[in-house]
Design a protein around this ligand. Structure first.
Ligand code: ARG
Length: 466
């Protein structure tokens, strides 16, 4: 039945109907739409706007529909969208009295309400998966508080750290992603229902009641804003894009660290693939696809902002085109969390190789300069010059950090400043030892095992408190 024939003499041309239908992605809001109709109909009856007996019949049909699922609906494109399909279903069940359910309601406030209800659920699901990932990262970090590796800046060896410290960097960035989603939830959790097409209704509806029945924190205070705003979607998709970026950076490091050249980790077989021609290959395809899908999620955000930018108030059908981008971002990020979590928590770590990299390329040079400042009271800039020269010379002489003794330091210092430093061999050796380096960095947030253990405890208690 064409419920909205209204002033139109003819139904829409087939391709135009297909072109404008949202049914393809409306299944995401199926349950929300039924709940929204139940709440609105109950409210209409309780406020004496429609007869109780009619409301009971409508609600019973809607409850049956929820049991039967979305497949029970006629999703022919000529139906236009899920709101019409649901009303058609109820009409087929109970006859024209079904029409009472649309009293004081428009598809404009209804779709905004449905989207908010469904997005609230999706945010909760994603947040839950994310918390679990953060917890697992903290567990892995606690196993690696003494696994020394080199840290990078500009992707050049910088200073020694531990894998535990590095993993906790992931944990804290994902914690912010989680918090961002929780904050967004406050702005999603607002009820537009009752705004009707844009200017509410002259029926004495009760917005507090539908707000309570649908479990929203509050209702939206301006009906024009309520039907025309999708900023809550843009915001959520930004949060998802940022989360995807963080997952992509983890993926990138998995790709890098598992190369022969780095050799620091091996990826789990279940999250790798091989080549159809080169039998020796173990490829990080899951990480690569995660890295690429991040761009798709960012694309969804750009498209959403683009659709919204020039829309006059209030509802315009363009808003319908925002929705598929939301669900694509939600679905992509949901599976990204799961696969990146599976991949990261299944890595095998080559501790010897990690230590070798941290020990062989003067990543400890900063500590040698610090030692000169501490023991001999020279300005850091002078120490920086001495050590810079020392590293250049050592590389020319084919020496590594383990070959440097106090005599070598004095030769260079004499050349650079005209003075010897007279440090003893043991202190020089210690300054150049990556594990000693790490242990000495007892600053909160730093890589010393005690500090990383504190971070792990903090993150674990955060996860428990959520
Ligand atoms: N399918 C539409 C959407 O997703 C529902 C609202 C339609 N409203 C209208 N006046 N045509 O936005």
């Amino acid at each position: 039945m064409n419920l909205r024939a209204g002033r139109l003499g003819k139904g829409m041309e087939d391709e135009a109907a297909d072109f404008t239908s949202s049914l393809e992605f409306d299944h995401h809001i199926f349950e929300a739409d039924v709940d929204c109709n139940i709440a609105h109909t109950s409210m209409l009856a309780r406020e004496g706007i429609i007869p109780h007996e009619v409301a009971d019949k409508i609600i019973e049909a809607l409850r049956e529909l929820k049991e039967e699922g979305v497949e029970a609906l006629d999703m022919d494109p000529s139906v236009e969208d899920i709101h019409m399909a649901v009303e058609n279903y109820v009409t087929a069940r109970i006859g024209p009295e079904a029409g009472f359910m649309h009293t004081g309601k428009s598809r404009n406030d209804q779709v905004a309400t449905d989207l908010r209800l469904a997005l609230k659920d999706s945010i909760q699901v994603i947040s839950h998966e994310l918390l679990d990932f953060i917890d697992k990262i903290a567990d892995l970090a606690s196993e690696h508080t003494e696994t020394v590796m080199v840290g990078y800046t500009h992707l050049q060896h910088a200073q020694p750290t531990t894998l535990g410290h590095h993993l906790m960097a992931y944990a804290y960035s994902l914690k912010r992603d989680y918090e961002r989603l929780q904050d967004t939830l406050k702005r999603v959790d607002m009820n537009p229902l009752g705004s009707a097409a844009m200017a509410t209704t002259s029926f004495p509806i009760n917005r507090e009641l539908t707000t309570e029945l649908l479990g929203f924190a509050d209702y939206m205070r301006n009906s024009m804003d309520a039907v025309s705003s999708r900023d809550f979607i843009a915001e959520a998709v930004f949060d998802l894009s940022m989360l995807a970026v963080d997952l992509s950076r983890i993926s990138e490091e998995m790709i890098l660290w598992s190369t022969y050249e780095f050799g620091v980790i091996e990826l789990p077989d279940e999250f790798s693939s091989t080549s159809s021609i080169m039998p020796q290959k173990k490829n990080p395809d899951v990480a690569e696809i995660a890295r690429a899908k991040t761009s798709s999620v960012q694309g969804e955000l750009m498209t959403i902002m683009g659709i919204m930018r020039a829309l006059p108030y209030t509802y315009n059908r363009d808003l319908q085109e925002v929705t598929p981008h939301l669900w694509r971002a939600v679905e992509t990020v949901k599976s990204m969390i799961r696969v990146v979590r599976g991949m990261l928590t299944g890595i095998r770590v080559n501790r010897e190789r990690a230590l070798e990299l941290a020990s062989s390329n003067f990543a400890t040079a900063t500590d040698l300069a610090d030692l000169m400042v501490r023991e001999r009271g020279i300005p850091f800039r002078v120490a920086h010059r001495i050590v810079g020269r020392l590293v250049t010379r050592a590389l020319e002489d084919g020496l590594g950090p383990g070959d440097i003794d106090s005599g070598y330091v004095d030769e260079v210092s004499l050349e650079v400043t005209g003075d010897k430093l007279g440090l003893d061999d043991e202190t020089v050796r210690k300054a150049l030892d990556p594990l000693e380096n790490v242990r000495a960095r007892m600053v909160p947030g730093g890589p010393a095992p005690e500090m990383v253990r504190e971070s792990v405890a903090e993150i674990k208690s955060f996860v428990r408190s959520e």
